[in-house]
Design a protein around this ligand. Structure first.
Ligand code: 0X9
Ligand code: ZN
Length: 405
């Protein structure tokens, strides 16, 4: 086992002080390479509060992060490890609420992001409306925005519901950024353009967007810890957070989730124990005929459909594969990158209690987790925001057009 020398500890401390001046409130992380020799060691890492930098830790050497000064958390796991470097995440200054906000090229903090949606309501009062669907652990409102254009025949033909969620995992900043672009483009297009996409929406569907399902976690990544994933439930003993994407009611408690409160994939004390997930459940239960659900995440460039909790196929796998392929091929023809389409448990890993499994099981409708770009990091550089938004807006429209009538 390789431990830090005293000299290294001193430089760690100086670097941390310098970082604090630039990035007030944000910790510097020590990065280590850890050797995982078997499945039990992988599990030991996954049940701990040491942060794997990869989406899919597996047997072999894995890069992990621990806050400077908390290296004991890694030592406690008794896994062979080697110090690699210090890492100070780049967290920008909070932009002002509206003036000069450039959501195509910079990440937005919670208030600024919500202000962009509120502006959408002001810009398109007959198309966009806002509703609070719940309140987080730390008393932050959780909002949904409905985007739809009224049609003379609505009375006879109730709208289908399309639901998209962003920001369930706090550090995956590209998720709310893409969700905002899809919402804005849908509203602007509905207001000004007459094409097959708007016809399909006007005629049959309403889009419901939940910009940030985990507002406490998202805010926390801006002020305290850029690499935070979970919500901010107080689990006691100074341990915080439930992984909201392990807290849904389908196969809750199964493989690919953890019962350990310190784990990054802690499933919570019971299914829907969290105000964030139960708010979403209660809200979508009030909507009519659900036809599509997309939960945006990062990273890995993958379009995943159920099941996640088992590698067994689900009955509508072929339909969701076809729709996913439409999303993917339009991304490519629009000049974007190629994402892999497949069943979650097969293409990524087994995960129980996830949003897309619950949505599919409850409503038998097309349901996806989309893992956005990549560069093997949750800290996707701002230069990647515009191309990621563009390719997903293109993919999203083609998926809408491919939906069953
Ligand atoms: O683990 C998750 O919740 C998602 N990946 S992430 O890196 N964004 O945390 C994936 C969940 C989707 N499904 C499957 N793993 N099958
Ligand atoms: Zn995620």
């Amino acid at each position: 086992m390789i431990m830090n020398s005293g000299l290294k500890a001193l430089s760690v401390c100086c670097a941390a002080m310098a970082a604090a001046l630039v990035n007030a409130g944000q910790p510097t992380f020590s990065l280590f390479d850890v050797l995982l020799r078997d499945g039990r060691e992988v599990q030991r890492l996954l049940d701990s509060d040491v942060i794997p930098m990869a989406c899919t830790p597996s047997i072999g050497t894995e890069r992990v992060a621990v806050e400077v000064g908390q290296e004991w958390k890694l030592a406690k796991l008794r896994l062979p490890h080697r110090f690699v470097s210090l890492h100070t995440p780049d967290v920008p200054e909070n932009p002002g609420l509206n003036d000069g906000v450039d959501y195509r090229n910079e990440y937005l903090n919670l208030d600024t992001l919500i202000a962009q949606y509120d502006q959408l309501v002001v810009d398109h009062p007959t198309i966009v409306s806002k509703q609070q669907i719940g309140t987080s652990h730390n008393a932050r409102p959780i909002y949904a925005y409905r985007i739809y254009k009224q049609d003379l025949y609505d009375v006879f033909k109730p709208k289908q519901a399309i639901v998209i969620t962003g920001g369930i995992h706090a550090r995956e900043w590209i998720s709310p950024a893409v969700t905002l672009h899809v919402a804005k483009m849908t509203a602007d297009t509905l207001a000004t353009v007459d094409n097959s996409f708007t016809e399909r929406l006007v005629d049959r569907a309403a889009l419901y967007v939940i910009p940030v399902l985990n507002p406490d976690g998202y805010a926390y990544t801006w002020t305290n810890n850029r690499l935070w994933r979970k919500n901010r439930r107080n689990n006691g003993n100074n341990i915080y957070g439930v992984d909201l994407n392990r807290n849904y009611g389908t196969a809750w408690g199964g493989a690919g989730s953890s019962g350990s409160p310190s784990s990054e994939t802690y499933r919570g004390p019971s299914a829907f124990s969290e105000p964030e997930t139960s708010s979403l459940r209660n809200f979508v239960n009030t909507l009519g005929n659900k036809v599509l659900f997309i939960d945006y995440h990062s990273y890995g460039q993958k379009i995943l459909y159920p099941w996640s909790y088992t590698t067994d196929p689900c009955p509508h796998g072929p339909y969701m594969q076809t729709l996913g392929d439409a999303y993917k091929s339009t991304m490519i023809t629009s000049g974007g990158l190629s994402y892999t389409v497949g069943q979650g448990a097969v293409t990524l890993y087994v995960a129980s209690g996830s949003s897309k499994d619950w949505f599919y099981q409850q409503f038998t409708c097309a349901s996806y987790t989309i893992e956005l770009r990549n560069l093997n990091s949750f800290e996707l550089p701002p230069a990647e925001i515009t191309p990621t938004q563009d390719e997903n807006w293109a993919g999203f429209q083609s998926m809408i057009l491919g939906l069953n009538p």
